[in-house]
Write a protein that binds this ligand. Structure first.
Ligand SMILES: Cc1cc2nc3c(=O)[nH]c(=O)nc-3n(C[C@H](O)[C@H](O)[C@H](O)COP(=O)(O)O)c2cc1C
Length: 355
C-alpha cells in the first residue's frame, strides 16, 4: 500500500496526507487553492470573519480549485471582563502604545465572532469538505447541521481526554496538536496545572484513544517529520509554520522574515497577545510580558494589542508583532505553497525509503 493511501486521504479525497493548517490572519484563498491543487487539504483560517467575509473568502478559494477545502473557526467560551485587570493591562501596554505612536490604549474587548447560526448556514451554503474548530466544538445542534449537510467535522486535541471528548461529540477527524505548534494551542478541557504535551508523546496516545483518523500537528516542517508522524500511527499531518514564508501567506513581511531567520530554538509560548497561550518567535514584547501571569480572558487582549501589533508591523519592526511560529521554524524556507507541499511529499518518500 502506498504511504499516502491513509484513512485521511481516503476520507478527504486528497492525494497526500497533509493538511495545510488553517491560520487566521495568515492563510488566503490563494494559499488554500494552491495547497489543494498540490494534493493537500487547503485550509482557511476564518476565526476573525463574520458570515459574509467567510463566504467571500471560501468562494474565492473554490474559484481556484475543485479539490477539498477546510474552513476553520474558534469556539472559545465567552470572556468575562475584569475591570481591575483591564486597568492593570492598560498600564502594561501604555509604553508600547507610546513607542509606536499608536494613540490611546485600547481596552480589552471581545472582537472575535462566535460560530453561530449565520456562520453555520453560510458554511453549508458554500459546501466545503471540512469545517474545523479550535478550542472544542460548537453547540451540538450546529455540529449536527453541518454533518447532515455532508460536511466533515475536525477539531484539535491536546490530550487523549480531549480527543475522546471530540470523538464523542461528533468529530470525524482529530488533530493531535503538540506543544511545539505555532499559534494558539487548542486545549479546552481543564489541565489542572499540567504542562502541554509534545507531539511525539501525544500522537500515539491519541491514536490509541479514538477510532477516527488522527492528524499530527506541531513542529512538523519537513518530510522527516511527516514520516515520523506516520510511524507514530497518525493518518496524516497538519503543517502551519512551513507555509508562513510563502508568497500566498498574508502575514506581514516582518513576520515572514522572523520565521525564515528563526532557529526554532527561539520561540516561546505567551498569553500576552490574546489572553490564551500561543507560540511565536520571541520578541521584545513577549519577553517583557513574560513576567506577568494574569491576563484577561481570551480573546479580550486581541483587541487591546491590535494597534501596537499593527503599528510595529507597519514600521517594519518585529518588536511587538505576534510572530506566531512553531518550533519547526528552523526548517522553513522561502518557497511557494505548492513547492512546500511537493517538498514535504518528496522528503517523506526519501525518509520512508531509508527505513
Ligand atoms: C500563524 C498561525 C496562525 C494559526 N491560526 C490558527 C487558527 O486560526 N485556527 C487553528 O485551528 N489553528 C491555528 N494555528 C495552529 C495550526 O492550525 C497548527 O496546529 C499549527 O500550525 C501546527 O504546528 P506548526 O506551526 O509547528 O506546523 C495557527 C498557527 C500559526 C503558525
Amino acid at each position: 500500500m502506498a504511504w499516502h493511501d491513509t484513512p485521511l486521504t481516503r476520507t478527504l479525497n486528497i492525494d497526500f496526507p497533509i493538511i495545510q493548517a488553517p491560520m487566521a490572519g495568515a492563510t488566503t484563498p490563494a494559499m488554500a487553492a494552491a495547497a489543494a491543487n498540490a494534493g493537500a487539504l487547503g485550509s482557511l483560517g476564518c476565526a476573525m470573519m463574520g458570515a459574509e467575509a467567510m463566504a467571500e473568502e471560501l468562494r474565492a478559494a473554490q474559484a481556484g480549485t475543485n479539490r477539498s477545502l477546510n474552513v476553520n473557526f474558534f469556539v472559545h467560551d465567552r470572556p468575562v471582563p475584569d475591570e481591575d485587570l483591564n486597568a492593570e493591562v492598560a498600564a502594561r501596554l501604555a509604553p508600547w502604545y507610546d513607542r509606536f505612536g499608536a494613540g490611546v490604549v485600547k481596552a480589552p474587548a471581545d472582537a472575535i465572532p462566535m460560530f453561530d447560526e449565520a456562520l453555520c448556514e453560510a458554511v453549508i451554503a458554500c459546501g466545503p469538505t471540512v469545517a474545523s474548530f479550535h478550542f472544542g466544538l460548537p453547540e451540538a445542534a450546529l455540529v449536527d447541521r453541518l454533518k447532515a449537510a455532508g460536511i466533515l467535522i475536525l477539531s484539535s486535541a491536546t490530550s487523549a481526554a480531549e480527543a475522546r471528548w471530540l470523538e464523542d461529540h461528533g468529530a470525524d477527524i482529530i488533530v493531535a496538536q503538540g506543544a511545539e505548534a505555532g499559534g494558539h494551542n487548542g486545549w479546552f478541557l481543564p489541565r489542572r496545572g499540567a504542562d502541554l504535551t509534545g507531539t511525539m508523546a501525544l500522537v500515539p496516545r491519541v491514536v490509541d484513544a479514538v477510532s477516527v483518523p488522527v492528524v499530527a500537528a506541531g513542529g512538523i516542517a519537513d518530510g522527516r517529520g511527516v514520516a515520523a508522524a506516520l510511524m507514530l500511527g497518525a493518518a496524516g499531518v497538519q503543517v502551519g509554520t512551513a507555509f508562513l514564508a510563502t508568497p500566498e501567506c498574508s502575514s506581514p513581511e516582518v513576520h515572514k522574515q522572523a520565521v525564515i531567520n528563526a532557529t526554532g530554538d527561539d520561540t516561546m509560548a505567551t498569553r500576552a497577545y490574546s489572553g490564551r497561550l500561543a507560540r511565536g518567535v520571541a520578541n521584545d514584547f513577549s519577553r517583557e510580558m513574560a513576567s506577568h501571569a494574569d491576563w484577561p480572558d481570551f480573546p479580550l487582549m486581541n483587541a487591546a494589542t491590535g494597534p501596537i501589533r499593527a503599528a510595529s508591523a507597519k514600521a517594519g519592526l518585529p518588536d511587538a508583532v505576534a510572530l506566531w511560529s512553531g518550533q519547526g521554524a528552523g526548517l522553513v524556507r522561502a518557497e511557494t505553497t505548492s513547492q512546500v507541499v511537493a517538498r514535504l511529499v518528496a522528503e517523506t518518500e526519501a525518509a520512508l525509503a531509508r527505513v
